[in-house]
Design a protein around this ligand. Structure first.
Ligand code: ADP
Length: 347
């Protein structure tokens, strides 16, 4: 059984928006703590100073003679005044602490806003740049295809154009993946829209069907379980399909002859668990915490040979997060990997 990597489990759900929210609450708590300490110290100083004043004030007060006791109200004692002071301090400080809570949250948000803005700018830049790159790539592709199909083209020129076309295709996939990631709304603002009823077993079969040829080429068997009972959830089919597609593709590409990729599905309370298991080359414990990072490839030469850009798992993570779920991975070198996705039955 492949071994679980704990740091990895934490890493996967660690999106920018979650880290941002966590930092916001942490900073708010720090500000509240500082203000509470200031309030406590100032109250303590006020109380000490006032108490010592009280001692002097009440030292020279003479008791009211018996015969006047019915005529005028008895003067308060030093303890009465001290108790009044404590009550007032508690009341005022309690009120100030509530105000401190709100203003700390506002202050923390203000402190962190440049980070949020920088992140948004980076995302917008990535989206614009990827978008702009699409047109020249499409022109290049058409030119190279025409060059290859031109009459009388030499074999050497054709081979060169073919190799260039492969690079352009790779670049095209990279640009599409980047665009997908940039527009995936990791900040949670881009909540999933097209929610529909999806039968997981049907979707799994469809995804596996699309990889029939690739699996045969790599001598890998594809399975899904269960494959005959309906397992319906309310989700965004396109995003879920993207997740399964990326994981099954990796399961085939990082596999060995006579290996297998299996999609297991099960209900678990208000969630469903989808587990994609392969019997492939596995991932080392050092690489496991990093594989969901953008552009991370543990085996650069193999990844390049498979045409991978290192964005597949980053897309998986971002898509699962948009679906309100989580993804974790277990792996053992030379034995295989297992990716587990937990999704709510309805978003
Ligand atoms: P790539 O496009 O390179 O496949 P991914 O983001 O999909 O990028 O995967 C990142 C890296 O994680 C891959 O380069 C590969 O080294 C490793 N990896 C992903 N899935 C598997 C798997 N099922 N088995 C072994 N290694 C994997």
């Amino acid at each position: 059984m492949p071994e679980e990597s704990k740091p990895f489990g934490v890493k996967v759900t660690d999106s920018f928006s979650r880290r941002f929210q966590f930092s916001l609450w942490k900073l708010t708590a720090v500000y509240v703590a500082i203000l509470a300490i200031i309030l406590f110290l100032s109250s303590f100083i006020i109380y000490s100073a006032f108490s010592s004043q009280l001692v002097h004030r009440f030292r020279d007060v003479h008791p009211i003679p018996e015969e006047y006791l019915n005529v005028i109200a008895p003067a308060p004692s030093a303890d009465d005044v001290r108790a009044d002071l404590i009550n007032s301090l508690i009341l005022v400080n309690g009120f100030l602490l509530v105000i401190a809570g709100f203003s700390s949250y506002w202050l923390a948000k203000l402190t962190l806003s440049p980070i949020n803005e920088a992140y948004e700018k980076q995302r917008a830049f990535l989206s614009d740049a990827s978008h702009e790159l699409r047109t020249p790539l499409a022109i290049l592709k058409t030119d190279l295809e025409n060059e290859m199909a031109a009459p009388g083209v030499s074999l050497a020129a054709k081979a060169r154009a073919e190799s260039n076309l492969e690079e352009v295709d790779r670049m095209g996939r990279l640009v599409s993946d980047l665009l997908l990631l940039a527009n995936s709304g990791e900040d949670g603002s881009n909540r999933v829209k097209n929610v529909q009823k999806v039968d997981l077993t049907v979707l799994a079969r469809q995804v596996l069907g699309r990889f029939d040829r690739l699996a045969t080429e790599h001598q890998v068997t594809l399975r899904s379980s269960p494959d005959n009972i309906a397992l319906e959830i309310l989700t965004n089919e396109e995003l879920l399909q993207r997740v399964l597609t990326n994981l099954v593709k990796n399961g085939i590409l990082y596999n060995r002859p006579n290996g297998s990729v299996t999609i297991n599905m099960a209900e678990s309370g208000s969630s469903v668990i989808i587990n994609i298991v392969d019997t492939g080359i596995g991932i080392s414990p050092e690489d496991l915490p990093k594989i969901f990072n953008r552009f991370y490839r543990s085996d650069k030469s193999r990844s390049r040979a498979t045409g991978g850009s290192g964005l597949g798992l980053a897309i998986v993570r971002s898509s699962v997060e948009q679906l309100g779920g989580s993804v974790t991975a277990k792996s053992e070198l030379e034995k295989g990997s297992s990716f587990t996705i937990k999704l709510p039955k309805r978003i």
